[in-house]
Write a new protein. Structure first.
Length: 256
């Protein structure tokens, strides 16, 4: 299953509030035990401007503040169309399990989904489960990054025409080269990063997504059993302590 989640006010929050948001986010990640594999996806996509506008519109209510909502919606729309060039940063959390039956798998996945959405809402982040057409739409814009046509899909038309879901999302062509790949009329590359920095700024992901390119960051996670995780951490700590001792010996021998 895939849950799409939206922005929070982390960057403008006070330090204590940032810690609270981070703590609540950790609670969401800790929902997954060692039987659940999950992936975080952050992707800039070229999308229909009409749909982009709808995502920032504030719905009117039966009170005296609709004029303010309309003005604020217009401001958000102008900023969106001016700065994003039709691009939208979308955030997905995809998780899966192994099960002996579809019925048992669906029941467990639905339970996980409810906990995930509740966990996001605990720190003010809206989240929603993507149904079949919504998942296909996300894949369509990922596989057709510079396509000019909007995503169109209808279950009944698919069945009557004897088509498959992939017929609605696949690009015109795909070619894999040594250094890159061609997808329709676009070129792409995949890179893996091994980050060895002692600390990272919390804006690093935002900096990637603000590059104004069709950029996708995937974080794959396979949780460990708690006992295995503790053994792993202890082993790493032992290695770090050994490195410290070795460096101290070298410094002592050098007379530092």
């Amino acid at each position: 299953m895939t849950v799409q989640f939206f922005d929070t006010n982390y960057s403008i929050a006070e330090f204590d509030e940032q810690n609270n948001i981070f703590s609540k986010y950790c609670d969401v990640i800790n929902l997954f035990d060692n039987t659940i594999k999950f992936q975080l996806t952050f992707e800039n996509q070229n999308r229909s401007k009409d749909k982009l506008i709808k995502t920032v519109q504030i719905p009117q209510q039966d009170d005296d503040f609709n004029a303010i909502r309309q003005e604020y919606s217009k401001m958000l729309t102008d900023k969106l169309l001016k700065g994003a060039n039709g691009q939208s940063a979308r955030k997905f959390l995809t998780f899966g399990i192994e099960s002996a039956s579809y019925k048992a798998a669906r029941a467990k996945l639905m339970s996980i989904k409810n906990d995930v959405i509740k966990g996001f809402k605990a720190f003010g982040v809206e989240a929603e489960l993507l149904d079949g057409p919504a998942r296909l739409e996300a894949l369509y814009y990922a596989l057709n990054p510079y396509g000019n046509q909007n995503f169109v899909f209808d279950w009944d038309s698919m069945l009557k025409a004897g088509m498959d879901t992939k017929d609605f999302i696949c690009p015109k062509s795909m070619k894999f080269n040594k250094q890159d790949f061609e997808i329709g009329n676009a070129y792409g590359s995949v890179f893996g990063m091994n980050i060895l920095a002692g600390e990272l700024p919390d804006e690093i992901l935002r900096d990637f997504l603000e590059m104004q390119n069709l950029f996708c960051v995937n974080i794959h996670a396979e949780p460990l059993d708690q006992i295995d995780a503790l053994k792993f951490v202890k082993k790493k700590l032992t290695n770090v302590n050994q490195m410290k001792v070795d460096e101290q010996k070298k410094a002592s021998q050098a007379g530092i």
